[in-house]
Design a protein around this ligand. Structure first.
Ligand code: COA
Length: 258
């Protein structure tokens, strides 16, 4: 079978491209499975420090779950399809930063895929939304949970209850994306961010991601205690010794991830 997720390496950055442009990169079972397989393959690969997820072509990042695939499912079949490992949760819990490079439509499951990532960088031509309401369903890839945590309850209600598709500029205004670039510059500007992160300590990147993720789940006191534990844990790393020594010796640090 033709692969539907492409893996490219740019130094310490891995780029995962959903490659079904003829179906606007819709998420079907094969895409989900290949994304999870790629995440598994890269998890322990110390040469890869940051991941970028994107879609092939100029039209779509990911235009949602594959509607044809679930059209005839019974509730039990749909439930079965949603149990087990889910790519959204895998990305959110991934030990390396994952950047969504949003090159076009990010709708439904595509918007949810972007929401699961740690940073959302969009082309000025991108369009985002949760149009499931138009199909008589609701977001099922975390949209009702991650979207309000990112944009607040009111904007999440607006997007999910109306199905409105917003421009990159509007997505930036409400905090649904973090940065917007002209489409022609999207790849290079996103890679600059990814390469920059990749020069940092992988240990500290992992701890920082874990601590910030915890902020959405824990009461403040528990989150602060968790931060303290992770902060102290950083002191066990070679990277902490290297980072501090490099600063004191006025030279760039060279982090190993140990
Ligand atoms: N699932 C399955 N197929 C999809 C799809 C999806 N989510 N999104 C697009 N496609 C398919 C179309 O059916 C079409 O296939 P065909 O050529 O075999 O007929 C092909 O991709 C191109 O789509 P088209 O609508 O012609 O492209 P467009 O550029 O005019 O419009 C979108 C792009 C994304 C605006 C439009 O395809 C769309 O609204 N898609 C559905 C979005 C959605 O509701 N997502 C949430 C799903 S829960």
């Amino acid at each position: 079978m033709t692969p539907v997720v492409r893996l490219e390496r740019d130094g310490a950055v891995a780029i995962l491209t959903v490659d079904r442009p003829e179906k606007r990169n819709a998420l079907n079972a094969a895409v989900r499975a290949e994304l999870i397989a790629a995440l598994d393959a890269l998890r322990g690969d110390t040469k890869v420090r940051v991941l970028v997820v994107t879609g092939e072509g100029e039209k779509a990042f990911v235009a949602g779950a594959d509607i044809g695939e679930f059209a005839e499912r019974t509730p039990l079949e749909q439930r079965a399809a949603m149990t087990g490992r889910r790519v959204f949760d895998e990305i959110a819990a991934y030990p390396k930063p994952v950047i969504a490079m949003i090159n076009g439509f990010a709708l439904g499951g595509g918007c949810e895929l972007a929401l699961a990532c740690d940073l959302r960088i969009a082309a000025d031509t991108a369009k985002l939304g949760q149009p499931e309401i138009n199909l008589g369903i609701i977001p099922g890839g975390g949209g009702t949970q991650r979207l309000p945590r990112v944009v607040g309850t009111g904007q999440a209600m607006r997007l999910v209850l109306t199905g409105e598709i917003v421009s990159a500029a509007e997505a930036l205004r409400i905090g649904l994306v973090d940065v917007v670039h002209p489409a022609a510059e999207l790849r290079e500007r996103t890679l600059e961010v990814a390469r920059s992160m990749a020069t940092r300590s992988p240990v500290a990147l992992q701890m920082a991601k874990s601590a910030i993720r915890a902020a959405a789940e824990m009461p403040l006191a528990a989150g602060l205690a968790y931060e303290t534990e992770l902060f102290a844990t950083c002191f066990a790393s070679d990277d902490k010794r290297e980072g501090v020594a490099a600063f004191l010796e006025k030279r760039p640090a060279s982090f190993t991830g140990r």
